[in-house]
Structures are given as C-alpha cells and as structure tokens.
Ligand binder design. Structure first.
Ligand code: FAD
Length: 306
C-alpha cells in the first residue's frame, strides 16, 4: 500500500476530521461519489443511469454498526430497497456489508438479518451481493455466505473476492466448484503484508489470474475495476477464449470513470454502477479519497466554487 493511501486512511479515522467532513462533506463534494442521502433522490439517479444503458447495484451506506437497533435499521433499509426497485421498475440489484448488519455484534444475529434480505431478494426476483470487508472478517463472511447460498441458490446471492489477498486463489477455486457469482476487486482496506501483496504489480497480476480462473471455470464474474489496462486485457481474454458476454459484467463505482462506463455500455458490454446512498457516507468516501488523493483536490476546489 502506498504511503499516501496509508496516510489518508489514518487521517480520515481521526474523530475531529470525521466530525468536520461528515457535517460539510456532502455539500463540499461527496455527492460526486454518493447518489443521494435518501431513497427518492437516489432512485432518480438510478433511472438516469438506466436510461444511459447502465445497470446499477445499490448500496445503503453504513458499516461497523455497534448496536442491534442500528443493524435492524440497516436490514430494513436493504429490504425496502428491493421493494423500491420493484415498484419503480428500475434495473438494479443490491450490495450489502455484513458489519452493517451486525457481524461484529453476533454472527448468528447477522445471519438472521442477512437471511431476511436474501429472502426478499428471492421474493422480488432479484440478487444481493455481500461486499468483502477487511481480512479479520473474511471467514465469518464466508460462513454466512455459504449457509445462505445453500438455502437460496446462486441466482440470489453472490460474494466479493479481493485480489490483494494471498488466500484468494484458493477461495476462487473453491467457490468455483459451487458456480458462485463473484465480483473480483483489488481490495480497499489497509492490510498487513502477512495477508496481502504489498506491491501493486502483484495485486494487478493476481487480479487477472482470478478473473481468468473464474471465467474459465464457466462461472459468472463481475470485473470490478477502473483500471483501463485490466479492462482492455479482459476484453481480449474473453474474445480469445470465446467467453459469452452473458457470463460477465464490468462494474465501476458511481462518479468514477463515468465516460469509460458509457463507452463500454455502448460497445455492448454489461456495465453495472455501484451506487451508494444514505447519510452514513464518510468511511466509503474516505476510501475513495485514499485511492486517489487527486479526489481531495476536487473537494477543495468545490469549496471555492460558487
Ligand atoms: P486502481 O489501480 O486503484 O486504479 C486504476 C485507475 O482507476 C486509477 O489510475 C484511476 O485513474 C482510477 N481510479 C481508481 N480509484 C479511483 C478513485 N477513487 N477516484 C478516481 N479515480 C480512481 N473493495 C473491497 O475491498 N471490497 C468490496 O466489496 C469492494 N467492492 C467494489 C465494488 C465495485 C463495483 C468497485 C469498482 C470496487 C469495489 N471495491 C471493493 C474497491 C476496490 O477494491 C478498489 O479499491 C477500487 O476499485 C480501486 O481500484 P481499481 O481496481 O479501480 O484500480
């Protein structure tokens, strides 16, 4: 991990900075990365994206909740988003984080909450993907995922794998035997070198390896990156290996590489925009700044814009 990224992640955890940015950040520029603070505004953005040929996955922001009440509110929020998607007839599925649903409070409580969410996904003919968080939570996340995969089937639940982790080759192989729908990402958390590749070139190489392996196993793969070199490689790989465009999709974050998203959609690829919404946007926002400190400049500039 670069020094700058590490520094931004450390500074953003400072309580004073957290309070300051949470209060003013949405006006200062967080709205570039967050579709709205409420469902109504967000659905308008989803419709705009759909009209441009882009699919969506909605993410109700929030993570690491500390009380059962908060976790239940987040669970109801995710359930309500399936209803809203159905009522509005928009093309979107849903992504969730298990720490938001009570993973750190009690894994069984979290499983119950997640169970209700997948049940709703199934009832509305939709799909929910569990985002992957930092490495100490992976085994618990995998356990909950496996239980619900067995109960509801892979058409309604999927998972994320991070290419910066050494363990991911084995995980992809194992999940491939169950034909699991995986999103492959590079990984967004501050991880020690004991568990994750410290060098970007190794993370990128692992990324290609994991995507190639999952696609070769005939499994649905969401290629979630803004890395143009990897996207070009993926386009060539699928062509050379006669992989149907039905077996994969590109995914990118709301507000990032927007013209690339549109170009790929125009070329006929499926492109899904990870679209966060809600009031609790600060940790998500900090990770986006850490990935690209130039984003902080964008925020500063908006301070001086009329
Ligand atoms: P990088 O090599 O980091 O970036 C490639 C290029 O993309 C950069 O040169 C830059 O031009 C552009 N870029 C990248 N980030 C930004 C940014 N913030 N602002 C502006 N430009 C940028 N991580 C997890 O750990 N768990 C998850 O569940 C998870 N889900 C994700 C879902 C989606 C749809 C996406 C796209 C990412 C997700 N991530 C997740 C984040 C991911 O792990 C990376 O941190 C993030 O995608 C940046 O890496 P990159 O693949 O774009 O490549």
């Amino acid at each position: 991990m670069s020094m700058t990224r590490k520094a931004v992640l450390t500074i953003s955890a400072n309580p004073f900075i957290t309070r300051l940015v949470s209060k003013y950040g949405m006006k200062l520029g967080a709205s570039r990365f967050v579709a709205g603070e409420n469902m109504g505004d967000t659905l308008l953005k989803v419709k705009e994206l759909n009209n441009e040929g882009l699919l969506v996955t909605l993410d109700l922001l929030g993570e690491s909740v500390h009380t059962r009440e908060e976790a239940l509110v987040a669970t109801d929020g995710a359930i309500r988003s399936f209803d809203a998607i159905q009522q509005q007839g928009v093309n979107s599925n849903v992504s969730v984080k298990l720490t938001q649903l009570g993973l750190d409070i009690d894994p069984y409580f979290c499983l119950d909450n997640m169970d209700r969410i997948v049940a709703k996904a199934k009832e509305t003919g939709n799909f929910v993907r569990i985002d992957m968080e930092d490495s100490p939570r992976i085994d618990a996340t995998m356990d909950i995922f496996s239980t619900l995969l067995e109960k509801y089937g892979r058409d309604h639940i999927g998972l994320v794998i991070q290419s910066y982790l050494y363990r991911s080759d084995k995980d992809v192989e194992q999940l491939g035997t169950h034909n699991v729908n995986l999103r492959i990402v590079k990984g967004a958390y501050k991880e020690p070198k004991e568990v994750a590749y410290p060098e970007k070139k190794d993370v990128d190489e692992a990324y290609r390896r994991l995507v190639a392996s999952h696609l070769r196993n005939g499994c649905y793969t969401a290629i979630a990156t803004h890395d143009i070199a990897i996207i070009q490689w993926a386009k060539t790989f699928v062509k050379e290996n006669n992989i149907s465009t039905d077996l994969f999709e590109f995914q990118m974050l709301y507000g990032i590489a927007t013209s690339l998203q549109l170009d790929l959609a125009r070329e006929g690829y499926k492109v899904r925009v990870y679209t966060p919404y809600g009031k609790d946007w600060y940790p998500y926002f900090s990770r986006r700044i850490a990935e690209r400190p130039a984003n902080a400049l964008f925020i500063l500039k908006s301070l001086f814009r009329k």
